[in-house]
Design a protein around this ligand. Structure first.
Ligand SMILES: Cc1cc2nc3c(=O)[nH]c(=O)nc-3n(C[C@H](O)[C@H](O)[C@H](O)COP(=O)(O)O)c2cc1C
Length: 209
């Protein structure tokens, strides 16, 4: 399987990037392809008003690498893992911009939008994040965003790895071993049990069989 990993902190070798790298290592160890992208290499602008900057042929006029990466690397992936620091109880602006900018390609004013929508759907989704504070709700906004993104795109939310640290690389000293968790998360990303029942979901009485 193919996974696309977005590392969205501006700190290139920071805590969330270390977790993202561990996920990548786990995926590769399990025999999957893992494509790793730093958001800062791809995005130079926020979403604008498409009516002002979309070209006559329907293409997006923002001149950075987002379009190429989104169309040629994100869309073909079976799974999407996004890594972010907690900034103000939300994600990095880079991670948000990645989602916002996808609008340029799934909006009806983009000629290939129908195909883009189909290819955005049904992915396995994962989230890895780093924060200074430990209280569980510090990341609730980001978890909720990803849960809703997964629901909206008819995907499967495979889980969250949360490491604690502030100084660059400090997450490696977190006694809960989030780097080890991230590696195992990568290894099992495409096979791990993930459930989100509805009242009429057919199921047995046990989870682990
Ligand atoms: C602008 C900014 C806002 C932050 N907001 C929070 C916050 O609300 N809660 C928190 O626990 N940590 C917060 N932090 C700390 C980072 O989440 C923490 O340092 C994290 O490890 C950084 O990850 P990175 O190395 O991947 O960038 C903030 C850091 C910055 C720079």
């Amino acid at each position: 399987m193919k996974a696309f990993i977005l590392s969205s902190s501006p700190r290139r070798h920071g805590n969330s990037a270390l977790l993202a790298e561990a996920v990548r290592d786990g995926l590769v160890e399990a025999g999957h392809e893992a494509d790793f992208v730093y958001a800062d290499d791809v995005l130079s602008n926020f979403l604008r008003d498409c009516r002002q900057c979309r070209r006559a042929d329907g293409s997006c006029a923002i001149e950075d690498n987002f379009g190429q990466v989104f169309l040629e690397r994100f869309l073909p992936a079976d799974g999407f893992i996004t890594a972010t620091p907690v900034y103000w109880y939300g994600s990095s602006a880079q991670m948000k911009a990645f989602f916002d900018r996808s609008f340029c390609y799934y909006a009806a004013s983009y000629p290939g939008s129908g195909d883009v929508i189909q290819r955005m759907m049904g992915k396995r989704i994962g989230l890895v994040l780093a924060s200074e504070e430990t209280f569980p709700m510090v990341a609730a906004g980001i978890v909720s965003q990803m849960q809703e993104y997964t629901r909206y795109t008819r995907g499967t939310f495979a889980g969250v790895v949360h490491g604690i640290g502030n100084a660059r690389g400090e997450v490696a000293r977190d006694p809960n071993d989030p780097i080890g968790q991230a590696r195992r998360f990568g290894e099992t990303f495409f096979s791990r049990h993930a459930s989100d029942y509805q009242i009429d979901t057919v199921r047995g009485g046990r989870v682990w069989g």
